[in-house]
Each structure stands twice: as C-alpha cells, then as structure tokens.
Ligand binder design. Structure first.
Ligand code: ADP
Length: 474
C-alpha cells in the first residue's frame, strides 16, 4: 500500500512532543512490513535540514485566499530515516526556527495543507491512504472531498489520528475564505460551536478516526473540550490504537545519548552509574531514589502540582529522595520550579528547556518518573521509562491506564494514583520511596517492566488492518 503521512512534526526532523516520535516511527515500521509509507511535513529551519542532502521534487504556485505563494517540495536524498521524507517550503510562513507558537499559525498550517493537497493533486497516481495527524493537518480530508480544484483526490481514503484533542486549531469562521474554492453547501462541516474548528472538521470528514489509546477514546466522549457530542455521534468510525515505541531509538543497550549501557540483566549496575553521572552534574545525592519528570510544563500534564508535591514530600516524608525536573512550558510553572531550588539540600534541581539528550539520560538514570497528568492521550514517557527500568508513577488516566499496572496488583510494575492532586501525588511518592527501600522488590519490578513489549509491531498491524478495512469499503 502507498501510505502518505502528513504531520507538523516528525522525529528527528522536528519534534515538540509525542506526535513527533509517532510520525518518526510508524512509517518506518509500516515499510518494514513491505508497504510504501512516506511523510510530508513543513520545512522549518532545523538542524536536520542543514545537516542533510536534499533533492527538489516539485515547485508549485497556489493561494491562501488572495495571497498567492510559491511552494517547493524537497526530498531527503538517502532515505536515512527508513521512509521517504518530503518537506514543504513556503517562504515567509514555514521557514521558522520553531514548530508552533506564532501569531500566524493558522495561516501557516492552512497554507501547508493547501500546498500538500495541491502537490498530491499533480501526482500521476493517487495514494492508497492519506493519514493526517492532529488539527494542523485535519482540514485535508475536507479539502480532498469538497475543494473543486482537488477533485482528483476526492476518493482517496483518509485517516485522522487525534494525538491530543485539547488542541483543535479553532479560529474565526471568516477564515473559511482561506480554503481554496469549496462547495459552500458544506459550510456546516467546517463549523463547530460558532468557530472554524479544523479538528472537528477532520472528525467529520476523514474516513476513519483514531486516537492513541483505547481509554482516551472512551474519555473523549465525556471530556474533550466541547467535542463530546461529535465523538459520540461519530463513534462508529473511531478506534483507539495504542502508540508503540521505536525500540531502535529507545534501547538502553545502545542509546547513543549516554555512556553506561545496560540490559535487563545488568540494569541495577547500569542505572546506578548513569544516576551517579547525573547526580554529580546536578548536585544531587545518588544514594537516594532519583525521581524525575520530563515534559511540557502545562496544566494537562499536572506540572503545576509538582512544586507543592516536592515541598510536601520533603515535609511529610522527609528528605529521603531527590528530584530532577526537565521541562518547558508556562512561565508561571517554570518560575515556580526554579524558585524552589533555593530550598534544595542536594535533593532538588531542575532544567528548564527542551533537551533530547538529557531526557534519554534521565530515563536511564532515574529510579522513578512522575506523570501526574490530568489528560494523557497515550503518553510515551512511561513506555520509554518501562524499557529503561524506571518505575512510572502515574495518574490513572488515558494511555497511562492502558499501560501501567500498579505493583500492588498481580503482575504489576508501576505506581498508580487516582486524582491529579498534591495529596495523591505525595502519597505515590511515599510509595516510591518505600519501594526503593525494598531492594529485592525493586529488582523484581524492574525485571518485570523491562520484559514488557510496547514496540510498534502490534500497533502497526492495527493501523494496517484499519487501512485494509477502508479499502474494502468497511
Ligand atoms: P506530549 O503530550 O507532550 O506529546 P508524550 O508523552 O506523548 O507527551 O511525548 C512526550 C515526548 O517529548 C517524549 O519523547 C519526551 O521525552 C519528550 N519531551 C517532552 N518534553 C521534553 C523536554 N523538555 N526535553 C526533552 N524531551 C522532552
């Protein structure tokens, strides 16, 4: 099958979170099963762009309402990622350092989707499936069906994967003029609660919709920032497929971001050496359990709860653990996490920023990883942690519910708590310190988690089954 993924992120080209990891791995594993999967994404000004060789494959000219623009499609020359990678360059809109966060993101991603559709429309064949990811690409199914100039694409099967329904790309209905000449009778498909809502439009117009874990799909019908009735109505075409992890990139035996490699058999010694290196660098005591958090510092991740949970842990449990926090996000949370550094007695530190290498070193060197998420569509951190023998301490929600069993339950290996509250978190941290003190049990739990298989192999088949069902009209 020829499968075209369209996404705003793809590791290692440009990544802000889990979306990048998924789009950087899924096509590689699809190709491993004999398919022809490729990725199209915007051409940001990233290191990957300047460090690789590219061929120009297409030049086009199209428009965002009355703004006519040239676009260029380039292809990575060596297929080094295990799939064909295409970048779309739009001068003045996509040629930025960051992926998101600009005042004209609506214009940037609308133009990107228009350019992608325009280019696909010139292909001599049509792909079997166009798989779009999140709201930045969710208007493509509408464009294929209802834009007069893309009529050649109207029968192309489309899949929308929702990686996070908290972000829907809403904008004013006046921006419908950006979409190239379309069937105005279909205006209702673009509108949700009085706004132009790309994610809602994608849910309506894509042939199939997936979310990144089965539990998140169920949760979304009750809580998804206003999309609940739509998801209930469209439930027949929705399914939850758990993300996998790229075990070629995420392997403690070969990970090039740190020196002390280890396997399940040598995990205790290997992790201790990585922990000592981190503790030395960040002024922490390596004899205590090292608890980390890696992620976006936003309310959805429960990051606002961390400072108080750290203080309460020190106060109620005692200074029996160390914390090392890595993240970036809301300035208020960043500031709070930095300010409590003052009270550290060699047991708390934080790195504010995005650092891929440090994240790998933390998965390897930490004993526990905190995930107090209020919303967690799948969560990749806990999957990486499991593979690296780091016990996940998670709120029981979404993909965390699907992947982490409490060590108090038969066959369990993690620590789960119910509410996104400081109290529940502090209690879970206490359980972590107790587990750490019981070396035999910690060893058992580590062995159990490192045997788990959350690789892409199973999930990739679920996606391929879905594509096959679409092709056979189911
Ligand atoms: P998200 O909701 O952010 O997509 P996921 O758990 O699905 O959450 O994926 C997060 C990914 O981003 C993981 O690979 C994690 O290691 C990485 N990550 C998040 N924040 C940072 C950071 N500040 N530095 C390095 N890696 C980060």
């Amino acid at each position: 099958m020829e499968i075209v993924h369209v996404s705003a992120e793809c590791y290692p080209v440009a990544k802000a979170g889990g979306l990048g990891d998924v789009v950087g791995a899924l096509p590689k594993y699809q190709n491993g099963l004999g398919h022809n999967a490729k990725v199209i994404m915007p051409m940001y000004r990233t290191k990957f762009l300047s460090n690789n060789e590219w061929d120009v494959v297409h030049k086009g000219y199209t428009h965002l309402h009355d703004y006519w623009f040239n676009y260029t499609v380039i292809r990575e020359a060596t297929n080094k990622l295990g799939f064909e990678l295409y970048l779309v360059d739009i001068y003045g809109l996509l040629d930025r350092d960051k992926i998101y966060g600009y005042g004209d993101d609506t214009e940037r991603f609308f133009s990107f989707q228009i350019a992608v559709s325009d280019w696909l429309n010139t292909w001599s064949n049509t792909p079997d499936v166009v798989h779009v990811h999140d709201h930045h690409c969710a208007l493509i199914p509408f464009m294929f069906k209802y834009c007069f100039s893309f009529r050649k694409l109207e029968n192309v099967a489309t899949v929308l994967t929702i990686h996070n329904a908290q972000y829907q790309g809403q904008t004013g209905m006046e921006k419908t003029v950006y979409i190239p000449e379309w069937d105005v009778w279909k205006r209702g498909l673009l509108e949700w609660e009085g706004a132009l809502n790309p994610l809602a439009c994608g849910i309506r117009c894509a042939w199939k919709v997936t979310t990144v874990s089965p539990t998140y799909l169920i949760e979304m019908r009750h809580s998804s920032m206003g999309l609940e009735p739509l998801l209930e109505y469209e439930k027949g075409k929705c399914s939850g497929i758990l993300n996998g992890i790229d075990t070629k990139v995420w392997d403690p035996a070969t990970d090039h971001y740190f020196e002390h490699h280890y396997s399940a058999a040598t995990a205790d010694q290997g992790k201790q050496k990585n922990k000592e290196a981190l503790c030395f660098e960040y002024g922490l005591d390596p004899r205590k359990p090292l608890i980390t958090f890696i992620g976006r510092l936003v309310g959805d991740k429960g990051a606002d709860l961390i400072p108080q949970a750290v203080e309460d842990s020190f106060y109620y449990i005692g200074r029996r653990m160390c914390f090392l926090i890595l993240g970036s996000g809301l300035p208020s949370i960043e500031g709070h996490l930095q300010s409590i550094r003052d009270m550290s007695r060699g047991d708390y530190n934080t790195y504010i920023g995005y650092d891929e290498a440090l994240s790998h070193r933390l998965y390897a060197g930490a004993d526990f990883i905190l995930m107090p998420s209020r919303v967690e569509p799948c969560g990749l951190n806990q999957l990486y942690a499991l593979r690296y023998g780091t016990v996940p301490v998670v709120r029981n929600t979404g993909g965390l519910h699907d992947t982490v069993l409490d060590y108090g339950d038969p066959g369990g290996y993690g620590i789960r708590f119910l509410h996104a509250s400081v109290q529940d978190m502090t209690h879970a941290i206490w359980r972590a310190t107790e587990l750490f003190a019981n070396r035999e049990m910690l060893k058992d739990v580590r062995q159990r988690m490192m045997q788990l298989d959350f690789s892409w192999e199973a999930s990739v088949r679920a996606y391929l089954d879905l594509y096959e069902r679409m092709r056979s009209g189911q």
